[in-house]
Write a protein that binds this ligand. Structure first.
Ligand SMILES: [Zn+2]
Ligand SMILES: [Zn+2]
Length: 316
């Protein structure tokens, strides 16, 4: 039941000798979601031992090259591994054209199906909603159409207290409903407690709390984002600059570390992970210190590192 984020690269605009470009992999209960695909993403996946065949969804925030120039390389290397199953891409207008045009100009045809979902960069949109998880996009404030994504687990079923099955002679056919919260009344005349309603709380224990992750890059500080990421366990928010560059950050559609900390505080998230650092910074501890000054539970996003959200038991 893992829920963990692996950062492939943390550099903004251009790679540095120690930092690759934007790309992250969210592992949600062994389903892998690739978020942004800067140049070098396929190499990073290989270096970090992340199986491309397990990635069925790729989410692109926007079409600046440092977030998307690695995508076609990932697609073609997936094909080299004999992939046959569907891959779905999500991203703002132009993503499908970018992929199709590159394929056409390079005389390439994908041997596996690729579906491209164009994401509305002006309003929040539900992209996936199944019984295990949901993914929503929401607008970010950047120089070109740009979206963030929020991934949420669905609440799991309650856990049956095994000893209660025998104690109340619960038929196998009733267990599914009880795990979903139903009470139980035994109608079997051979059962001494026939007709007595057994409350669900006596039969089950609560499931762990569902976990969540939000991705915000690239964006200027914008309080309208708060409503979309409120209360997530893990927030990745870009920290391109230190606050000495606040005016420049605003002009270029980016955030300072201080602003990322403010966003984490306003949205009441569990933990903040920084990233998308300007290549002017070799030393990142100033970024960390600045974000921590307003949001203490901040960790530095570092290339190749994994950040886990543990399962937390819901109080009885
Ligand atoms: Zn960028
Ligand atoms: Zn950008």
């Amino acid at each position: 039941m893992v829920f963990q984020l692996t950062i492939l690269g943390t550099s903004a605009a251009v790679p540095t000798p120690t930092r690759f470009l934007s790309g992250q992999v969210l592992n949600m209960r062994d389903q892998l979601f690739l978020i942004d695909c800067g140049e070098g993403t396929q190499s990073r996946l290989t270096q970090l031992g992340i199986k491309k065949s397990k990635i069925n969804h790729i989410f692109i925030s926007h079409l600046h090259g440092d977030h998307v120039f690695g995508l076609v390389g990932v697609l073609t290397s997936m094909a080299m591994q004999s992939r046959k199953h569907l891959l779905t891409l999500y991203g703002p207008t132009g993503l499908q054209e970018l992929v199709e045009t590159t394929f056409r100009l390079t005389y390439y045809q994908s041997p596996f199906p690729i579906q491209c979902v164009t994401v509305d960069a002006d309003q929040a949109t539900e992209l996936i909603d199944n019984e295990s998880f949901s993914v929503k996009s929401f607008p970010l404030k950047h120089r070109i159409p740009c979206v963030g994504y929020v991934f949420r687990e669905k609440e799991a079923e309650r856990t049956m207290k095994v000893e209660k099955i025998a104690e109340y002679a619960i038929p196998f056919t009733d267990i599914k409903a009880i795990k979903r919260g139903a009470d139980f009344k035994n109608t079997d005349h051979r059962f001494p407690g026939k007709g007595v309603l057994i409350p669900n709380s006596d039969l089950t224990t609560p499931p762990p709390s569902p976990r969540s992750f939000a991705y915000c890059s690239d964006t200027a500080f914008d309080e309208t984002i708060v409503q979309h990421i409120r209360g997530v366990d893990l927030l990745y928010h870009e920290t391109t600059f230190l606050s000495e560059m606040t005016t420049h950050a605003e002009m270029t559609g980016h955030s300072t570390a201080l602003q990322a900390g403010q966003m984490a505080h306003l949205a009441d998230v569990g933990q903040l992970v920084t990233g998308h650092y300007s290549s002017r910074y070799d030393e990142l501890n100033f970024i960390l210190d600045e974000a921590k000054s307003v949001f203490p539970n901040t960790v530095l996003g570092i290339d190749g590192q994994t950040y886990s959200v543990p399962l937390v038991k819901t109080p009885l």
